[in-house]
Design a protein around this ligand. Structure first.
Ligand code: ADP
Length: 584
């Protein structure tokens, strides 16, 4: 005979050792199992010997034949605050361990994500030898918690007011989360994808909030110490990259174990939760900008379809807002750059005009005065004036050419006429053109080009590139020697322009190849900030690349690498360089 150490139990026949479960020592509360009562009887071996339809309804599972380690398949026992309960603390496990669980309230998360609040009584059932042979669990459903009404239109209207102007967009994200917390969840996160420029991608927590002050601090600590990763295999971050809706009914111990990087990470996850979470993509114009995530510390409130629908709508509006704010920022930046450029361009165009018009006026006066006196204008005076005029006109047309080039490049109209050329000869020719100006400035120009380096390029554009680099080396070279080197590396031609001037700060090295970008003050050096931009565009049109290395204060070296194009194989071998130069 087995005895159930129970209150109020009768009428359930146990197949265990043909025993009949009796009321035990206490007086029965009821003489029959009520309709609404779920009854489960499990042997120590895990065999289920009773599981009525009410129990199946309470736990939301089909009648199991076997239960491993007192765990009802697909169900999780949780505490009142929604945190998962260790499996050994469940009523069934306690009863199997010989403990009596008396009509107390328990919370269960069912496989479909819904929750049940059950009044449970669990008793050990002992065999004739006094050992626990089975456990009997009786369950009664408690009235469901009232479901809060979601006032979506009010929340969306408030969000609309917040997301009005695109200025300071990110500062509005935390107030946006305040609309959701605690109305829809105990916590909320807004995570943005940030391409790092090298093709990879990182995630950035743009705003985070938890209704509970202690958990708010823990959440921030968790996110700072263990920032979300786009490559996280499972769990909430899965939605970041895919743009799918992510839903987690319960962050169980298994999830924590799978996601945690170390013990500290696991501790923070357990303490913060989330015990339930819903994440929706921030999608705008076909792009997924990130994720909006609601966290629940109390899984008794499961996220429903209505909340998912609302959150998706809000995320879409937020994404459009962020996207518009980005476009607005970019447009303002473009206008600022244009205004700054117009200022510099007018100054640059004016600079040669002043000496030019002075010279012309002076010459005009002299011609008039001399003519009145019936004298001839001395030829050398005219020649000297015309020299100045010609220099300034050349400078002006150079500036205008640069402007035209930029508009050609922007419109994609940079046309190249490829022909076979020797880069070493082109470099020599350009240095020759600069020789007079360099001599005047006392700057030494050197060429290191031991062999011809032949390839297929556009002559005028190639000359323009070399001219830009050499003129910069003279301009920023502080009068120190400038050396141009040309060599071949198999199918690549390499040209370097080395100076020993002011140099370039590391942060500016990449920027100076962009349009209008300059790394010097316009009070000290003239220029439009277009030369290197045009250079890069031409070099890239040749399929090559241009870069710079520099130590500020010690000079800069610009390196040009150009594919030699479709040229006969014997040319490459005939003029092949002995190998990479020293130091490479
Ligand atoms: P610009 O010389 O007209 O300003 P560029 O596009 O030719 O425009 O150059 C962009 C910027 O790069 C310059 O303003 C200068 O700050 C920097 N730079 C270019 N060449 C050198 C060099 N050889 N040494 C130091 N700085 C340089």
């Amino acid at each position: 005979m087995m005895r159930a150490e129970s209150l109020g139990m009768s009428g359930v026949t146990s197949p265990v050792s043909n025993a009949r479960v009796t009321d035990g020592d206490s007086p029965p509360q009821s003489t029959r199992v009520m309709d609404a009562e779920g009854v489960v009887l499990v042997e120590c071996t895990g065999r289920v010997t009773a599981f009525n339809s009410q129990a199946a309804a309470h736990f939301g599972i089909p009648v199991p034949l076997h239960i491993e380690h007192a765990r009802l398949p697909g169900c999780e026992w949780v505490r009142e605050d929604g945190t998962p309960l260790p499996p050994r603390d469940s009523p069934l496990a306690r009863a199997l361990a010989g403990e009596l669980v008396d009509a107390s309230l328990w919370h269960v998360l069912r496989p479909d994500g819904t929750r049940a609040e059950l009044r449970c009584t669990a008793v050990p059932v002992r065999g004739g030898d006094g050992q626990v042979a089975a456990a009997l669990l009786r369950t009664h459903a408690v009235d469901a918690l009232p479901v809060p009404v979601l006032d979506a239109s009010r929340l969306l209207a408030e969000a609309g007011a917040l997301l009005g102007t695109p200025v300071d967009a990110e500062a509005r994200l935390e107030p946006l989360l305040q609309l959701l917390v605690p109305a829809l969840g105990e916590g909320a996160l807004l995570i943005l994808r940030t391409p790092d420029g090298a093709g990879a991608e990182a995630l950035r927590v743009a705003a985070s909030l938890h209704a509970d002050a202690g958990r708010h601090t823990l959440l921030r600590e968790l996110l700072t110490r263990y920032p979300p990763e786009p490559s996280a295999p499972d769990g909430p971050p899965g939605a970041f990259a895919s743009g799918a809706v992510g839903r987690l009914s319960l962050l169980s111990e298994e999830h924590v174990a799978a996601l945690a990087k170390d013990a500290e990470h696991a501790r923070l996850m357990r303490e913060v939760g989330p015990h339930g979470c819903l994440s929706v993509p921030l999608g705008a114009r076909g792009n997924v900008l990130g994720t909006l995530m609601l966290l629940r510390s109390n899984v008794m409130r499961v996220f429903g379809a209505e909340e998912e629908h609302f959150l998706t709508e809000l995320a879409h509006r937020t994404a459009l807002y962020l996207e518009n704010a980005r476009l607005y920022r970019e447009a303002r930046e473009a206008v600022r750059q244009r205004d700054e450029f117009l200022g510099i361009a007018s100054h640059e165009l004016k600079t040669p005009l002043t000496p030019l018009s002075l010279k012309v006026q002076l010459l005009q006066k002299q011609v008039v005065v001399l003519a009145r006196e019936g004298k001839e204008v001395p030829t050398e005076r005219v020649a000297e004036a015309l020299d100045v005029v010609q220099r300034q006109v050349r400078r002006l047309s150079g500036l205008v050419d640069n402007l035209l080039d930029v508009s050609r490049i922007t419109a994609g109209r940079l046309r190249l006429e490829m022909e076979e050329l020797d880069l070493a000869s082109v470099a020599a020719e350009i240095l020759y053109r600069f020789s007079a100006a360099a001599a005047q400035a006392g700057t030494e120009l050197g060429l290191e080009a031991p062999v011809p380096v032949v390839g297929r390029w556009d002559r005028l554009r190639l000359e323009q590139v070399v001219t830009n680099l050499v003129s910069n080396a003279l301009k920023y070279g502080a009068g120190q020697p400038v050396v141009v080197g040309v060599e071949a590396h198999g199918s690549l031609a390499r040209l370097t322009v080395r100076d020993h001037g002011i140099g370039i700060a590391p942060d500016d090295l990449a920027r100076i190849f962009e349009r209008f970008e300059r790394a010097v003050s316009d009070r000290h050096y003239g220029g439009l900030g277009l030369g290197l931009y045009i250079t890069r565009q031409i070099v890239e049109a040749f399929g090559g690349k241009v870069s710079a290395v520099s130590t500020p204060g010690e000079g800069a070296t610009f390196i040009l690498e150009l594919p030699r194009g479709d040229i006969p194989e014997e040319w490459i071998s005939a003029h092949a360089a002995p190998g990479p130069t020293q130091g490479e």
